[in-house]
Ligand binder design. Structure first.
Ligand SMILES: NC(=O)c1ccc[n+]([C@@H]2O[C@H](COP(=O)([O-])OP(=O)(O)OC[C@H]3O[C@@H](n4cnc5c(N)ncnc54)[C@H](OP(=O)(O)O)[C@@H]3O)[C@@H](O)[C@H]2O)c1
Length: 253
């Protein structure tokens, strides 16, 4: 029997890689999407196979509608059903509001908000065709879409207006899709807090930020990954919620 199918965008590195590995370890065949990280994506795919799953890589720039279309076309040609789509790819770049130009604004919305919409819409036939019963779910259900949001969608961080707006839009996309596409297709959001540090956060800043987290430490990609597995394989009645993975940080704002 063919393995259940998963698609993870931005899966070459960090949180996306952890999600791809977790899904592979629970038996999925994973489409490991990447834009520029080809070597890391190949390594992720290899690690997926080592973990007991299957994987293939697919390149696409999700900053353009054509790139989103190329991804959905490649996935649709590969398998008739998609059991899990994880919209993880994103950019996170600070720009002070007064110097935020139109190009930076539009690029942010294109990658962080438009792409999850276009990829979800493009894969809708595959999400509807998938059978949740292949992975232990009810007979009338199909696929699951997970959008990686951010606790900053509710409480903006200074210097990230364009990013915060994109993630706030993504939270509403979770809710809108959940209402319109269920019961066949479920949609859930995951909002990380400090899960994997941006490279430019130095040790001093990391220590300062960690002190604000009730759990006393940053999380890891595997914390998001285990939640994706739970949503995909066990939580068949969860739809339209956005779940923080933040060690309680959002309570402290
Ligand atoms: N890290 C955290 O603690 C944290 C906190 C809150 C929310 N989140 C959310 O969780 C998700 C994963 O976070 P992360 O820190 O692991 O992400 P990341 O490392 O910043 O980026 C993930 C991937 O996005 C891909 N990407 C960027 N621009 C793209 C484009 N134009 N087309 C296609 N792919 C593109 C990149 O692929 P390539 O490398 O192949 O170019 C990159 O590997 C994101 O949605 C992020 O907003 C993370």
């Amino acid at each position: 029997m063919r393995r259940p199918q998963a698609v993870v965008t931005g899966a070459g590195v960090r949180i996306g890689r952890a999600i791809a590995l977790e899904l592979a370890a629970s038996g999925f065949e994973v489409a490991v999407h990447y834009r520029g990280s080809s070597v890391s994506a190949e390594e992720t795919a290899h690690a997926c196979v080592e973990a007991g799953g299957a994987a293939w890589t697919v390149q696409a720039d999700l900053g353009t509608p054509e790139g989103c279309e190329a991804l959905t076309a490649a996935v649709s040609a590969h398998a008739p059903g998609v059991h899990v789509l994880v919209n993880n790819a994103s950019i996170f770049e600070p720009v002070p509001f007064e110097s935020l130009d139109l190009a930076a604004w539009e690029r942010m919305q294109a990658i962080n908000l438009r792409a999850p919409f276009l990829v979800s819409r493009g894969l809708l036939p595959q999400l509807r065709t998938a059978e949740a019963c292949d992975i232990g779910g009810p007979a009338d259900q199909g696929g699951l879409v997970v959008h990686l949001c951010d606790i900053g969608a509710d409480r903006p961080v200074s210097g990230y207006a364009h990013y915060s707006v994109s993630k706030a839009g993504l939270v509403m996309l979770v809710r809108a899709m959940a209402v319109e596409l269920a019961p066949r297709v479920r949609t859930v959001g995951i909002s990380p807090g400090q899960v994997m540090w941006p490279e430019w956060y130095d040790e001093k800043l990391r220590t300062k930020l960690e002190k604000r987290i009730p759990m006393g430490r940053a999380g890891g990609g595997e914390d998001c990954a285990r939640l994706v597995r739970f949503l995909a394989k066990e939580a068949f009645y969860l739809n339209g919620v956005v779940i923080p993975v933040d060690g309680g940080l959002s309570l402290r704002y």
